[in-house]
Design a protein around this ligand. Structure first.
Ligand SMILES: Nc1ncnc2c1ncn2[C@@H]1O[C@H](COP(=O)(O)OP(=O)(O)OP(=O)(O)O)[C@@H](O)[C@H]1O
Ligand SMILES: [Mg+2]
Length: 254
């Protein structure tokens, strides 16, 4: 998502954004602009644009947290550092090719985990399932709301998604008893997740609230605990983590 947003923002006057995902094998050690590959099977995600290209002084620092060339309010500069963190966690590497004035290509290489021995349907069946409990989902990224709704519906919950925390709070105020659990993102415009949690708990102190966040750290944990958040889920969301977390939370309701 961030790679595509960056690509679009680099093409103010229009251009072509291309996204390619493919499996590929690497036969010998390879050095990339950011990392190295050992032989093996990989998936390769390539996001390219025909935009401004990246000048060397930006190229050197663009993966640093908070480095941005965008105006205040336009970019946090966290996008690429997050991408880098996720890729590194998965044992992958990144390659950046760019020509100023012509465009940029980011390629992300991720090693393929050994072929799953258990078919995924079986794994899904073993995860804790809900029994139609209503879960309020709040995230300013519409695509993530849709994804979470889909995951929760498959797990037997009744998801109700909001892409605005302000509207979510309005809805909660109108019908506090119609929700069983709240799942909210932290970083959102107008009303952040922990503030939303605080307001919701004033209306219904018993409702379990789960916070989702791409970042973690003592400060966030502290803030979450102070407003009575039950658990913190790391983004990107994994079906298994959500299933287990909601399983625990829902068990505590009965
Ligand atoms: N495809 C691209 N073309 C040109 N410059 C890019 C491209 N991708 C990244 N950059 C440069 O790298 C910088 C850092 O990118 P990064 O995604 O980390 O933060 P951001 O896009 O500025 O902010 P945010 O991701 O929070 O919106 C950008 O400000 C931009 O200057
Ligand atoms: Mg970005």
């Amino acid at each position: 998502m961030n790679l595509c947003t960056n690509a679009l923002q680099a093409m103010e006057h229009g251009g072509v954004l291309e996204v390619v995902l493919e499996r590929t094998d690497v036969a010998q050690n390879r050095r990339l602009s950011h990392g190295a590959l050992v032989p093996g099977d990989y998936v390769r995600l390539c996001v390219s644009d025909t935009g401004s290209g990246i000048p060397p002084q930006v190229l050197d620092r663009m993966f640093d947290p908070f480095f941005t060339t965008k105006g205040v309010g336009e970019g946090t500069g966290l996008g690429l550092s997050l991408v880098h963190g996720i890729v590194a966690d998965l044992g992958g590497a990144i390659d950046v090719r760019t020509i100023v004035g012509q465009g940029t290509m980011f390629t992300i290489w991720l090693p393929i985990a050994g072929e799953a021995t258990v078919p995924s349907a079986d794994v899904a069946a073993k995860l804790p399932h809900g029994e139609g409990q209503t879960v309020m989902i709040v995230d300013d990224e519409k695509a993530l709301v849709a994804l979470a709704e889909e995951m929760l519906a498959k797990l037997g919950y009744e998801p109700i998604g909001f892409s605005s925390s302000v509207l979510a709070l309005d809805a909660f105020r109108k019908a506090p008893q119609s929700f069983d659990v709240v799942l909210t993102d932290e970083t959102m415009p107008e009303l952040i997740g922990t503030d939303l949690a605080h307001e919701i708990r004033l209306l219904r102190p018993d409702i379990p609230i789960v916070l989702m966040s791409g970042y973690s750290g003592a400060q966030l944990n502290e803030r979450a605990r102070a407003v009575g958040v039950r658990e913190i889920l790391r983004k990107p969301l994994q079906s298994k983590d959500i299933a287990e977390c909601l399983g625990r939370v829902v068990r505590s309701l009965v």
